[in-house]
Design a binder for this molecule. Sequence first.
Ligand code: DAT
Ligand code: MG
Length: 167
Amino acid sequence: MAREHTLILIKPDGLVKSLTGNILTRLSETKLEIAAAKMVRVSRELAEEHYKALKDKPFFEDLIKYIMGEFHERNKVLAMIYTGEGAIKKVRDICGATNPEEADAISIRGQYGRITTKGVYENAIHASANPADAEHEIKLWFKPDEIIFDVYPTKVVDVKIKERVWA
Ligand code: DAT
Ligand code: MG
């Protein structure tokens, strides 16, 4: 099995319901390594790029609002990268099916997900589905220096940036 990297998001419902610790405990069953972690405020641009493959779906607008925290008054997610042999499938297996009603009862989504009366799948966690999605998602959510391993090729460029520093 190849060493892989996978993007995990604890979604706004998971954070609001104080499920972070429970979900991390479930993920530790995979015996994978955490390669990066940070809290992120999700912009519309980031949300739409993350879910761009679904932009023609009828639930797309609600999905964007959900990941931006508009249904939970909490615009943040916990973004992480897990690394190890077969990481993508190991994490997907423990997350369970996309539809929380169909997810195995002891999967993370089976334990903690629900479908709202509006039809939004609040499934608590995102995990990359395959190596191509993982690469797109990891490069979207993280900069190379935020990850403790070299995950994809990088280059060094000269940039002139304005940076916020402590006053
Ligand atoms: P996954 O999150 O398991 O990779 P996906 O990429 O197909 O599933 O869809 C992304 C998210 O969109 C999913 O976590 C919940 C939402 N979603 C998918 N199918 C849906 C549906 N039929 N109705 C409502 N929300 C849906
Ligand atoms: Mg997906």
